[in-house]
Write a protein that binds this ligand. Structure first.
Ligand code: ZN
Length: 71
């Protein structure tokens, strides 16, 4: 029986590393999907203009925050 040689999956970086990274990405995604409350008018109208720049649709406030999460 010629069993085909199977390469051990994800051997080089290990499964743990990938899982950790994926978890982190999931967290970021979750944060992005949440409604962000504007610290100025307390309404969930925040929009991310660019990495670290946030804009409030309700009151027009623009401010710097973290890349993916305001403040
Ligand atoms: Zn606002």
């Amino acid at each position: 029986m010629g069993r085909t040689k199977k390469v051990k999956s994800a051997g080089r970086y290990g499964v743990r590393y990938g899982l950790k990274l994926r978890k982190k990405l999931l967290e970021v995604e979750k944060e992005q999907k949440k409604k962000h409350i504007c610290p100025n008018c307390k309404k969930p109208g925040l929009k991310r203009l660019a990495a670290g720049i946030w804009y409030c649709k309700k009151c027009g406030a623009k401010f710097a925050g973290k890349a993916y999460v305001p403040g």
